[in-house]
Design a binder for this molecule. Structure first.
Ligand SMILES: [Zn+2]
Length: 444
């Protein structure tokens, strides 16, 4: 089994282009899709929240197409943590755990009923689904509100904070399995460090635990969950947070390829995750076109092992790591002459060209920004040199001209590939270029 996770809270293509991506993912060897819907579907149970881009009819068409192609489609919703898109809204603030925007209070009387209704809605949208992923990761604020603290004190089993988690999450796993015949899946990180492990008496035996590890030795803590007897999957990251992701256009590819290859060696089913933004309160990462090497390596390792882009990818990582402007200039040109096997690779090649130009603009504009400050200080100390000031002005104008060209080409790319969130993506990247003009939504 080769499952691919797509985090739809990131940048997504139009329905028409999404269908093409599904065809491409299938040719790349994936045979299951975990669709993380988050804020992108107008859920009845969370009316008024989110930024829906897909109607329920569109989801049905996408899922139907995927199933026809031979994909198993597994819907993913979060039932405890990472509910920023809901809880940031004042009308749902009553469900926050101790005022935190990311986490639901599991002891609130409305929490379980609302989550059950959400599972009903998801099940209705996926009549052929066999599994449902219920998230369940990173509930950092467990047991901090007065209601939850009281529940911990009154717990006869003395399970502490994890008792709250176990009761809430296992109740919903049982609901999914017993009422909807959907095998529940959960991220396993809440069991990785503490003294509790899931047991068959608490969770349905059909539950699948997914152990995500995106860097370092992937099997470090795997044995803990494997000892429970439940089915265990691993999870790699095709894309996850990287250094300075809030302004960068390109992520280091080598570390992603290494993570994918390490998981491949375990022989477990591996869910390859493709994150769209760190959470609903952080920046968008970028379009799927940026991830063609990683998608290929995860779906068809044998195809990647002989792929003609391997040396380009290595050189690009190296140039980005060392902020090597000469190498980056060369690579921006080289990107455009990469040999392409299909239309997706053609657009990926264009994306790399644009991404490298952006990284260069960032470096140049930062240097100009620092130069401007230094020249101002020198002027104050009587070291005024008109020729130097004119040179600075010329360079600055040239950088502004290149920024405007980049913006034009980015918008061309966005519209050709029918991508979402154009204004937000452009504005967050321009914020990383000192000459980039940052507009407010009202100015657009
Ligand atoms: Zn609480």
């Amino acid at each position: 089994m080769r499952p691919l996770h797509l985090d739809l809270k990131g940048i997504i293509p139009s329905e028409k282009k999404f269908l093409k991506w599904l065809n491409w993912f299938r040719t790349r060897g994936f045979d299951a899709l975990v669709l993380e819907y988050d804020c992108r579907v107008p859920w009845k149970v969370w009316a008024g929240a989110g930024s829906p881009l897909l109607t329920k009819s569109a989801v049905k068409r996408l899922v139907g197409h995927a199933e026809k192609l031979g994909f198993e489609v597994i819907p993913l919703i979060q039932i405890h943590g990472h509910l920023e898109w809901i809880l940031k809204n004042p009308e749902y603030s009553f469900l926050r755990e101790n005022g935190n925007l990311n986490e639901l209070c599991p002891c609130h009387a409305e929490s379980l009923p609302k989550m059950r209704r959400w599972i009903d809605e998801v099940a209705e949208l996926h009549p052929h689904a066999e599994k449902i992923h219920l998230g369940g990761d990173e509930t950092w604020h467990l047991g901090t509100c007065p209601r939850c603290r009281k529940a911990i004190q009154n717990d006869p089993a003395r399970r502490g904070r994890m008792g709250l988690y176990l009761d809430h999450v296992s109740a919903l796993c049982r609901y999914a399995w017993e009422e909807k015949r959907l095998r529940p899946m959960l991220w396993d990180d809440m069991f990785c460090g503490g003294s509790f492990l899931p047991s068959p008496g608490v969770f349905p035996e059909a539950t699948i635990f997914v152990h995500w590890k995106y860097s370092g030795k992937v099997t470090d803590r795997l044995d803990r969950i494997r000892g429970t007897g439940f089915e265990v999957w691993g999870a790699s990251a095709i894309r996850c947070a990287w250094k300075h992701h809030h302004w960068k256009a390109l992520n280091p590819i080598g570390e992603r390829l290494a993570n994918i290859a390490d998981w491949e060696k375990t022989g477990l089913p591996v869910l390859h995750t493709t994150w769209g933004r760190p959470n609903n309160l952080w920046n968008l990462y970028g379009p799927w076109e940026a991830l063609i090497p990683e998608f290929t390596a995860a779906g068809s390792p044998e195809k990647w092992s002989v792929h003609p882009w391997r040396s380009f990818v290595r050189e690009l990582d190296n140039a980005l790591l060392h902020a090597d402007r000469e190498a980056l200039k060369e690579l921006a040109d080289n990107a455009l002459s990469l040999p392409c096997g299909d239309a997706m690779e053609e657009e990926a090649k264009n994306w790399f060209h644009l991404g490298i130009r952006y990284e260069l603009l960032h470096l140049e504009s930062l240097e100009l920004f620092q130069t401007k400050r230094c020249l101002a200080v020198l002027n104050r100390y009587g070291c005024r040199d008109r020729r130097r000031a004119a040179e600075y002005r010329d360079l600055s104008r040239e950088c502004q001209r290149k920024t405007a060209l980049w913006e034009r080409d980015l918008l061309g790319f966005w519209r050709r590939n029918e991508l979402s969130d154009e204004a937000e993506y452009l504005d967050t990247r321009l914020a990383g270029i000192c000459h980039g003009k940052i507009r407010t939504p009202e100015e657009r």
